[in-house]
Write a new protein. Sequence first.
Length: 89
Amino acid sequence: MQLFVQLMEGVLKKLERYCASARPTLAGEVYLTGEEVCERLKLSARTLQEYRSRGLLAFYKIGGKILYKQSDLQAMLDQHYNPIQKPSV
């Protein structure tokens, strides 16, 4: 019986971790808050605001809430990717 309880506690902990990290989707798209974007890219809120102002990152503004598509964030990163250049010998 004690083994069963331990196993169930382990399952519960895994489920809690999953629920904490899972993001709901809308039409298959994940939307992020500004705070989440700043955390993922290690940006300040001011820098993120500058990216919006300069048109570097698409966003939705609904009332006072600003949301970003995760795919738009990835597209911005891909667009500004600079691969390592191997020196010519």
